[in-house]
Design a protein around this ligand. Structure first.
Ligand code: FAD
Ligand code: NAI
Length: 468
């Protein structure tokens, strides 16, 4: 039996990063992935392919809607869905090869097959051809990720009623895409098809889009997506969905019980994701998943109730984000090595890659109010930014929330062009517990979008923004 110091089950951003960090720390490492390709949800059916399609659809949308204004005359552009999906697949396979290279470079033994616990110290790998092998390990890291949540009364046939996985490999542009759930996936993939010309109807249980983010963000994002002709059925609960030939009929009720019926040719169900431990045989290791399917871990070590078994990423509590999984991957390897690493969960940024982008870190206004924390707010609109006017991307706002007494930045919420990259400044500032005054006094290159952050900090400190 092959014996390892660390065996990682799952090769998503949590798993492969923990394998690399473990190898860097001198451990003998193996990684088990049930699919033929490495990279997990994020690389194969998540972050990367969705961003490839977001970028392609944005190019198309700009070519149709803003090239002329910029003085670029071209023949009317057409969508070539086959090529768009082929390009996306190329991006993914390029990065699949990159992860395999990193495994080899770090001398990590890779197993392709289903990993299941044989005992608390041994894992059975069942390969596609049915053959199996048992390996042993001093430490095992569960990094098996998540799968889409499905409503029991919605018949997801993966043809007409689809999840994000199918929405990333469409053969045609839907005429009318009904999106159930206006959260992160709904906003991103709904945008892709709205840009490509689909009519998009969002049905959302909450009273705004991306409801877990600061309310201003959802309101502004809805305005910008509505400009592409999208419809919103907010505060609506889906009651049924049915497919007849090429037509999907979805019924929903508003809070007063009034029913609407929406007909489209595709329906994307994106109402959240659930931790995935199917086939892992947790019981053989003496483990169970909680009522929400998560593997419980100790906050200080990410160790499960069984010594030597750890869990990270989407399969444990917390934000289901690739960079959160990566931080936990590094964290666990360092815990196993006897180090004392640290993760600041309050400062994991959240980004929605629509256009304009939405990015946030720290507390929302609603959270500060609920916690009774006195705060100051400073906002700066993108339409007053020289750089935004030069590029024509004037929709957006940067909002900074600072402690009313100490001026420490408690939350930053940005909707606007390049917000995804801008949020890194807020993360660094908040990690060092900067005040709004600190950032307001730092030089920001002109003309850049980052000036919105400086101006919002000026606004948060005695309303002294210069340009608004
Ligand atoms: P996963 O990436 O889910 O990887 C788990 C791996 O474990 C999979 O490869 C699976 O096959 C394997 N596995 C499971 N069980 C077994 C087993 N028993 N044996 C062997 N292997 C097994 N996050 C962001 O931060 N930014 C984004 O832009 C973003 N975009 C997204 C877009 C979409 C459409 C989706 C669906 C998700 C997106 N996410 C994004 C979320 C992100 O993909 C996840 O948070 C991240 O992939 C979680 O990483 P993980 O390592 O925990 O698990
Ligand atoms: P989500 O939690 O972001 O959004 C789901 C939405 O569906 C919520 O707004 C919720 O109110 C709504 N909803 C739930 N039940 C409903 C019902 N019965 N009828 C109508 N609406 C209903 O989940 P989503 O969009 O599926 O994404 C899953 C996860 O994947 C995200 O939470 C995020 O962690 C990750 N992700 C991250 C991305 C990023 O970082 N850019 C991109 C895509 C996904």
């Amino acid at each position: 039996m092959q014996d390892f110091d660390v065996v990682v089950i799952g090769s998503g951003p949590g798993g492969y990063v923990s394998a690399i960090r473990s190898a860097q720390l001198g451990f003998k490492v193996a990684i088990i992935e049930k699919y033929a390709v490495m990279g997990g949800t994020c690389l194969n059916v998540g972050c990367i392919p969705s961003k490839a399609l977001l970028d392609s659809s944005e190019h198309y949308y700009n070519a149709v809607h803003s090239f002329e204004e910029h003085g670029i005359d071209i023949a009317k552009p057409k969508v070539n869905m086959g090529q768009m999906i082929k390009r996306k697949a190329g991006v993914v396979s390029n990065l699949n090869a990159g992860i395999s290279y990193l495994m080899k470079k770090n001398k990590i033994t890779t197993f392709h097959g289903l990993g299941s616990f044989d005992s608390a110290k041994t894992v059975k790998v069942t390969k596609e051809d049915g053959s199996s092998e048992v390996i042993s390990a001093k430490n095992i890291i569960i990094a098996t990720g998540s799968k889409p949540t499905i409503l029991p009364f919605i018949p997801v046939d993966k043809e007409r009623i689809i999840t994000s996985t199918e929405a990333l490999k469409m053969k045609e542009v839907p005429k009318h895409l009904i999106v159930i759930g206006a959260g992160v996936i709904g906003a991103e993939l709904g945008s892709v098809y709205a840009r490509l010309g689909s009519k998009v109807s969002f049905i959302e249980f909450a009273d705004s889009m991306i409801p877990t983010m600061d309310k201003t963000m959802g309101k502004e994002l809805q305005k910008s997506i509505a400009k592409m002709g999208a419809d919103f059925y907010l505060s609506h609960k889906v009651t049924s969905a049915a497919v007849k030939g090429k037509e999907v009929t979805v019924k929903a009720q508003d809070s007063a019980g009034k029913e609407v019926e929406i007909k489209g040719d595709y329906c994307l169900v994106c109402i959240g994701r659930r931790p995935y431990t199917d086939g892992l045989n947790l019981a053989s290791a003496g483990l169970t998943a909680d009522e929400r399917g998560r593997v419980a871990v100790d906050e200080h070590t990410l160790q499960t109730s069984v010594p030597g078994i750890y869990a990270i990423g989407d399969v444990v509590r917390g934000a289901m984000l690739a960079h959160k999984a990566e931080e936990e991957g590094t964290f666990v390897a360092e815990v196993i090595a006897g180090q004392k690493p640290h993760i600041n969960y309050n400062l994991i940024p959240g980004v929605v890659y629509t256009w304009p982008e939405v990015a946030a870190v720290g507390k929302t206004e609603q959270e500060l109010k609920a916690a009774g924390i006195a705060y100051k707010e400073g906002s700066f609109p993108f339409k007053a930014l020289g750089r935004a006017i030069a590029s024509g991307d004037v929709d957006g706002v940067c909002k900074v929330l600072a402690d009313a007494t100490t001026d420490e930045i408690l939350g930053v919420h940005i909707i606007g062009a390049r917000a995804a990259d801008m949020i890194a400044e807020a993360v660094v500032a908040m990690e060092y517990r900067a005040s709004a005054e600190d950032v307001a006094r730092m030089s920001h290159a002109h003309p850049t979008y980052t000036e919105a952050m400086k101006e919002a900090c000026l606004a948060a400190t005695a309303k002294r923004s210069i340009h608004s």
